[in-house]
Design a protein around this ligand. Structure first.
Ligand SMILES: NC(=O)c1ccc[n+]([C@@H]2O[C@H](COP(=O)([O-])OP(=O)(O)OC[C@H]3O[C@@H](n4cnc5c(N)ncnc54)[C@H](O)[C@@H]3O)[C@@H](O)[C@H]2O)c1
Length: 448
C-alpha cells in the first residue's frame, strides 16, 4: 500500500513535469515565432532605412549630374513635353512658309540675271521683287526693315531664286550681281523726318556703297530718285531739265537734298568710274502694301474713310497731286533698267487732281459716313506736282496704264483686308495649300 502511494506520487510528479515541459516548450515556440517575425520586420525596416540613408549619402557624395530614378522619370516627362512643343512649332512653321511658291518662269543661264534690290521689303521694292521673281531672275533683297516688312516678301522665302539679307546699306556689302535697283530709303515724310541724319546717311553713304559695289562687279545700277528733287517747283509740269526749288535747311531737306546728292554721286561714278547708271525720278505712287501709318494722302484718306473717321485735308485742299499705281511704276523701272537711256527720267502719272478731289473720290468709293475737314497747312508742302513724261514716252515707250479709280479700288480692298487682319492669330492660321498661277504682282496681292 505504501508502495502504491509512493508510486502514485512518482507518477503524478512525472505527469506534472511532462505537462510543465510541454507547456514551457509551447510557449517558447510561440515566442520564438513572434520574435523571428519581429526580427524580420525589424530587419526589413532597417534595410529600407539603411537604403534611404545610403542613397542620401550617395546623393550627397555623388558629383553634379547624378540623377535618381525619380529624377530620370521627371526628365523623361520633360523631354516628351518638349518633343510635343517642337512638333507644334514645326507644324506652325510649315503653315507659314508656303510649300508651293508662285510659279516662276524658267530662264536659261544666259538670260537669267542676278538682281539686287535694296529696300526690297518695302512698298515699291516688294512689288518689283514679285515681278522680277515671276520673270525667272535670281533676286537678292537687302533691307534693314526700317519701314519694310518681311511679310511683304514672305511668299518667296525659301525659294531657290530668292535671298533676303538683313543689312543696313550705310555699311558696305559684297555680293555678286548683274543689276542693282537701289530703293533703300525711307520715302514718306514722317519716316524720313524721324531721323533726318540717318536719312541723309542712307541716301549718301548708302548710295556710295551701292555704286562702289556696282563698280567692283560691273553691275548696272538704277537709282530710285524722286520728284522731291524739284522741291516746291516754280515750273509746271516738271520736266527733267528743271533744276528744282528746294529749301536746303527745311524739314524735308534731309530727303530732298539726300536724293539730289544720290543723283550727283551716280553721275560722278558714271563719268569717273564708268559705272552704268539709270536714274528714275519717281512721282507719288500708291497701291497695296503702302504703310498704313505713313501719313501720305492716299493711305490717310483710305484708312479714315474705312473707319468712318473724318477725312483730314492739310490746307485748303486746292494743292494738286498726281498719283500713279504701283504696277505702272514697276513697269517703268524695269523698262528703264533695260534701256540705254542714262539721263534722269520722270516716272509718274501726269493726270492731276486736287487733294480735295482725292478725298471725295475715296469717300465715294469706300462709302460710309466720313466728313471731309480742313486742317492747317504743312510747312514746305509742295503746292503743285505733275510730271512731264515726254522723255519716258519717247525713250522708254512707257506711260501709265492703270486708271486712278481702278488703282484706288485695289488699294481700298487691300487696306480693308489689313484692318480685318489686325489680330496676330488670324495671320498664324493663314494657310496656303494650293497657290494659283500668278501672272503679276497684282495677282499675288489679291491671293495672299
Ligand atoms: N512711294 C513713293 O511714292 C515714292 C516716290 C518717290 C520716290 N520713291 C523712292 O522709292 C523708294 C522706295 O520707296 P517706298 O515707297 O517703297 O518706301 P518704303 O519705305 O516702303 O521702302 C523703303 C525700304 O528701304 C528700306 N530701308 C530704309 N533705309 C534703309 C537702310 N539704311 N538700309 C537698308 N534698307 C533700308 C526700308 O526698310 C524699306 O523696306 C525710295 O527710295 C523712295 O525714295 C518712292
Amino acid at each position: 500500500m505504501i508502495f502504491t502511494q509512493r508510486k502514485m506520487k512518482q507518477f503524478v510528479f512525472t505527469i506534472v513535469c511532462v505537462i510543465l515541459v510541454l507547456g514551457f516548450y509551447k510557449s517558447w515556440a510561440r515566442t520564438d515565432n513572434e520574435h523571428s517575425l519581429f526580427s524580420h520586420q525589424h530587419l526589413t525596416k532597417s534595410t529600407d532605412n539603411d537604403m534611404e540613408s545610403s542613397l542620401n549619402k550617395a546623393k550627397n557624395e555623388n558629383p553634379p549630374g547624378y540623377i535618381e530614378i525619380n529624377d530620370l522619370q521627371e526628365a523623361n516627362n520633360r523631354i516628351r513635353e518638349l518633343e510635343d512643343k517642337l512638333q507644334r512649332i514645326e507644324v506652325k512653321i510649315e503653315n507659314r512658309v508656303p510649300k508651293n511658291f508662285p510659279t516662276v518662269k524658267f530662264l536659261n543661264y544666259k538670260n537669267r540675271k542676278r538682281i539686287l534690290v535694296t529696300g526690297g521689303a518695302g512698298f515699291v521694292g516688294s512689288h518689283l521683287v514679285d515681278r522680277l521673281m515671276l520673270a525667272g531672275h535670281e533676286v537678292t533683297v537687302v533691307d534693314n526693315f526700317f519701314t519694310g516688312r518681311k511679310r511683304n516678301v514672305e511668299h518667296w522665302i525659301g525659294h531657290e531664286n530668292f535671298e533676303l539679307v538683313h543689312h543696313d546699306i550705310v555699311r558696305p556689302l559684297y555680293l555678286e550681281v548683274d543689276e542693282i535697283y537701289h530703293l533703300a530709303s525711307p520715302a514718306s515724310p514722317p519716316h524720313y523726318m524721324l531721323n533726318p541724319v540717318k536719312t541723309i546717311k542712307t541716301n549718301t553713304l548708302g548710295t556710295i556703297n551701292v555704286l562702289g559695289l556696282a563698280k567692283r562687279v560691273g553691275a548696272r545700277v538704277l537709282i530710285a530718285s524722286t520728284s522731291e528733287v524739284y522741291g516746291d517747283p516754280n515750273e509746271h509740269p516738271q520736266t527733267e531739265t528743271y533744276w528744282g526749288h528746294v529749301n536746303p535747311i527745311g524739314p524735308r531737306a534731309c530727303y530732298d537734298e539726300g536724293k539730289r546728292v544720290a543723283e550727283t554721286l551716280s553721275y560722278a561714278y558714271m563719268r569717273q568710274e564708268g559705272v552704268s547708271v539709270r536714274v528714275a525720278r519717281i512721282f507719288n505712287t500708291f497701291g497695296p502694301r503702302m504703310h498704313m501709318n505713313d501719313g501720305r494722302v492716299v493711305s490717310n484718306f483710305i484708312l479714315q474713310a474705312l473707319q468712318n473717321d473724318s477725312i483730314t485735308i492739310y490746307g485748303d485742299g486746292h494743292q494738286t497731286r498726281s498719283f500713279q499705281y504701283v504696277s505702272d511704276l514697276v513697269d517703268g523701272l524695269i523698262v528703264l533698267m533695260s534701256s540705254n537711256y542714262t539721263l534722269p527720267i520722270n516716272i509718274g502719272n501726269p493726270v492731276e487732281h486736287t487733294i480735295e478731289q482725292f478725298a471725295l473720290m475715296i469717300k465715294d468709293l469706300v462709302g460710309g459716313t466720313s466728313k471731309v475737314v480742313e486742317l492747317a497747312a504743312v510747312e514746305d508742302d509742295p503746292q503743285r506736282r505733275r510730271p512731264d513724261i515726254s522723255r519716258a514716252k519717247k525713250y522708254l515707250d512707257w506711260e501709265p496704264k492703270v486708271p486712278l479709280a481702278e488703282g484706288l479700288k485695289r488699294t481700298i480692298s487691300y487696306f480693308a483686308k489689313e484692318l480685318q487682319r489686325t489680330k496676330h492669330s488670324q495671320r498664324d492660321s493663314f494657310e496656303m495649300e494650293q497657290l494659283p498661277l500668278f501672272k503679276n504682282d497684282h495677282d499675288i496681292i489679291e491671293n495672299l
